[in-house]
Design a protein around this ligand. Structure first.
Ligand code: SAH
Length: 366
């Protein structure tokens, strides 16, 4: 069977070339063609000898996911749907800001975690994406966005915050991130590549050794009681273990802080005492908070906190000495906001079935 060259990091591509008796530097040329110039065929690789191109044609392919739609939001946000095998679609979103352009990419088709407030969870889980399918999202976005008039890169930042839990697809995600960081490919800096996780502790510690990038943790609660309810994974890796892993990660991280994402759910995790609890909980951990207004979806069972409540919550964190920002919702008109990437998932795990009988939780304190 032919191999897809988009699945290879540069060292792996070099090994592949050497196996076929080809020089290492040829691998680098091809790698650049794939990722810097977005080549779709070997024919385009004009500085590669015809004989080698013919050989590559026989043993390898350049397979990117199929682009099925592109949507543009009135605020400049763009969303692409990509087909990854029969009936499965994933989404990638580009968010332009004054000083940067961020691409949000997916790591799995659906998600096997069951975070209660996330609509991807309701889609169930089909499978992990391959390295080529993860990188393919950046490949497409680059191609569709082109260069800005000064010839500079439009995508300056990548966040692994789309569909899926990146640390649950560890090997492919690591290789994909290595390709994104490679200066013979997308040349992103480690500070501008962010992995977001709901907290698979052993993998998080491993990430520090294998590919330390900027870290965002989906915290969403100030104690185990609430977190157990909204992020079932917390029962396996409770807050003390998660925060320990964050401390260990910080020693290796390209940034000297962890970003804690906190989706603001009315009466569930947004009480002022929760903010005070967070202030105490995070003593001694270099961190920032990013408060995310909850993006509603049908039958979610949650409501977003009011603007006032979010501001009050933020103020307590700030008075406690932390940087706390409120995430702006972007791309609302094209359903591109956090937790709204749904794609199309052929659910293999019957999770969709399970959610049908979902009774919204109530943790409201009297
Ligand atoms: N599985 C990873 C990557 C997904 S990131 C993680 O959990 O971090 C997507 C971010 O959006 C996470 O912080 C997630 O908790 C948040 N999110 C999910 N559903 C949301 C919703 N309905 N409204 C706002 N944010 C949401």
């Amino acid at each position: 069977m032919k191999v897809n060259l988009l699945n290879f990091t540069l060292p792996k591509l070099e090994a592949f070339f050497e196996e076929y008796g080809e020089k290492k530097f040829r691998a680098r040329q091809v790698f650049r063609w794939l990722h810097v110039y977005g080549a779709e065929s070997f024919e385009e690789m004009t500085d590669i000898a015809k004989t080698l191109r013919a050989k590559l044609e026989e043993i390898a392919t350049i397979e990117v996911p199929k682009l099925v739609s592109e949507q543009n939001s009135s605020d400049g946000t763009r969303k692409w749907a990509l087909e990854v095998g029969t009936g499965n679609k994933i989404e990638a979103v580009f968010i332009p800001e004054d000083d940067r352009g961020t691409l949000c990419i997916s790591s799995q088709v659906g998600c096997a975690l069951e975070c209660q407030f996330c609509s991807t969870a309701r889609q169930g889980f089909n499978r992990n994406l391959s390295t080529g399918e993860i990188v393919g999202q950046l490949w497409w976005a680059n191609k569709r966005l082109g260069k800005d008039p000064k010839g500079e890169k439009i995508i300056t930042n990548v966040v692994m915050m789309g569909m899926g839990e990146p640390l649950a697809n560890y090997d492919s995600v690591i290789d994909a991130m290595k390709i994104m960081l490679d200066d013979n490919a997308y040349n992103l800096s480690k500070r501008k590549l962010t992995l977001s996780t709901s907290g698979i502790v052993p993998k998080l510690i491993q990430l520090g050794d294998d590919c330390p990038v900027s870290l965002a943790v989906s915290l969403h609660a100030s104690n185990d009681e609430v977190r157990d309810e909204i992020i079932p994974l917390n029962k396996k890796y409770p807050l003390d273990k998660l925060l320990d892993a964050c401390r260990q990660y910080l020693a290796k991280s390209p940034k000297n802080y962890v970003t804690f994402e906190y989706v603001m759910l009315k009466d569930v995790n947004d009480l002022l005492e929760h903010a005070h609890e967070l202030v105490e909980l995070m003593r001694g951990i270099e961190c920032k908070f990013n408060l995310i207004p909850f993006n509603p979806f049908p039958n979610s069972g949650f409501e977003s906190s009011s603007r006032n409540q979010i501001v009050r919550f933020q103020k307590i964190l700030q008075d406690g000495g932390y940087i706390a920002t409120v995430r702006k919702t972007r791309g609302d008109d094209i359903d591109a906001a956090c937790g709204q990437l749904v794609g199309k998932v052929k659910d293999k795990t019957k999770r969709q079935e399970k959610w049908k009988n979902y009774i919204p939780i109530q943790i409201k304190e009297e």
